[in-house]
Design a protein around this ligand. Structure first.
Ligand code: PEP
Length: 249
């Protein structure tokens, strides 16, 4: 049995005040007993507020980015160690916005995944093809390549300590979600590939779909057999809409 996991990627949004009112509202909305794991991923400046306001709520939180070196002369960066020290549980690795806008290549993604696992964080490893790659029939080849690179040289991770987010690049922030059958097909292939690469992992690892998930389409994805949750950007910025999506799980 895989517990569904729905994560809110706030991207570069919200002030301290907005974050606090979001947390307060979310805590009012979410019942103490629930069958879905919730994860909030605020920008680095707001992580300490997540620590303060979500403590004891059972709602997890994590970072959208951290640098894999433990410390050193890396001006502007925050390390995995620092994020873990604050009490975070999750780290997004390989998000397409970081790959595309900040030049994060497969090598850096692999280092982040390894550093996260070694530092006690659960990587949410994002993989996905561009529209061009999909139209050229290369979606699975691209996703498989990203998985292989990010998980190269790793020992068998515990299934609870790894989350994969299948996020077709063309569906992120565009309002055009993937067709559920396409998301299911890639998720099933990811699961199968993981099972071959790490015996026993495939059936137990959680796979999210991400890309223009909204309250009105969430159940189309969350009902799919190989999709165990969602990574939500735009629609997660409002606590009501985020909780509505999570409830569909
Ligand atoms: C994301 O940021 O990972 C994402 C899926 O964004 P959106 O839901 O806005 O498409």
């Amino acid at each position: 049995m895989r517990t569904p996991i729905v994560a809110a990627n706030w991207k570069m949004h919200k002030t301290c005040e907005e974050a606090v009112s979001y947390f307060r509202r979310l805590l009012e909305l979410v019942p103490a007993r629930r069958e879905v794991e919730l994860v909030i991923l605020p920008p680095a400046t707001l992580l300490f507020l997540a620590q303060k306001h979500l403590a004891g709520s059972g709602i997890a939180w994590g970072a959208q980015h951290a640098y894999p070196e433990p410390q050193g002369a890396f001006t502007g960066e925050v390390s995995v160690t620092q994020v873990a020290d604050l009490g975070a549980s999750f780290l997004v690795c390989g998000h397409s916005e970081r790959r595309r806008l900040f030049g994060e290549d497969d090598g850096l993604v692999a280092r982040k995944v390894r550093a996260a696992l070694e530092g006690g964080l659960i990587p949410i490893l994002c993989v996905g093809e561009t529209l061009e790659e999909r139209e050229a029939g290369r979606a699975w080849e691209v996703v498989r390549g990203q998985l292989a690179a990010a998980l190269a040289d790793l020992e068998l991770p515990s299934p609870e300590r790894l989350v994969i987010a299948y996020e077709p690049v063309w569906a992120i922030g565009t309002g055009v979600a993937a067709r559920p059958q396409d998301a299911q097909e890639v998720a099933a292939r990811i699961r199968h590939w993981l099972g071959e690469r790490f015996p026993g992992l495939g059936e137990r690892v959680r796979i999210q779909y991400g890309g223009s998930v909204k309250p009105d389409n969430a159940s189309d994805f969350l009902a799919l057999p190989d999709i165990d949750g969602a990574l939500v950007g735009g629609a997660s910025l409002d606590p009501e809409s985020f909780w509505e999506i999570a409830r569909a799980a």
